[in-house]
Design a binder for this molecule. Structure first.
Ligand code: DQA
Length: 149
């Protein structure tokens, strides 16, 4: 069975009550459940982790190199805009990687227009809120399929 790892970074634990105009009203549990259901529909398994700690995120990405993870989907929150440590950890990880953001970064403050992670991921989904997560699952599985044929 294909194992998808869904990672969330800082402040995403506050979804549901955090700036609903940008992020909607779905909680992190709702978002994870939407992704898990999409994975289940495709016969895949999904593990989720959220952390407020950058080192924990880096360490989890290292673990994903050897624990059987097939696909990573990551919403690194604000780290996306400046964390070269997470960028490097993603670069080391050679499995398919999909970046996701709930909000449309291009339509927000200038500091959000750049993600230092996009170049080391296979692709990115942004601005579609919770609806982006099933799409990210499908994209990750398609990348995995492409890589293994
Ligand atoms: C976010 C966008 C980031 O700029 C922000 O810092 C977040 C959430 C999103 O999902 O839209 O925490 O990653």
């Amino acid at each position: 069975m294909i194992d998808i790892l869904l990672l969330h970074g800082p402040n995403l634990s506050q979804l549901g009550s955090r700036d609903p105009a940008q992020y909607g009203t779905a909680t992190l549990d709702d978002v994870v459940e939407a992704a898990r259901q999409a994975a289940k529909d495709e016969g895949a398994a999904l593990t989720a982790m959220q952390t407020e700690h950058e080192g924990e995120m880096v360490a989890r990405l290292h673990t994903a190199r050897t624990d059987g993870t097939d696909v990573v989907i990551i919403n690194a929150g604000a780290w996306s805009h400046y964390s070269y440590a997470i960028r490097d950890a993603l670069e080391i990880l050679t499995i398919p990687k999909v970046e996701i953001h709930l909000s449309n970064l291009a339509a927000r403050e200038p500091f959000r227009h750049t993600s230092v992670l996009t170049a080391v991921c296979d692709g990115a989904i942004l601005g579609l809120g919770i609806d982006g997560y099933p799409l990210a699952v499908q994209a990750g599985l398609a990348l995995h399929e492409r890589a293994s044929t």
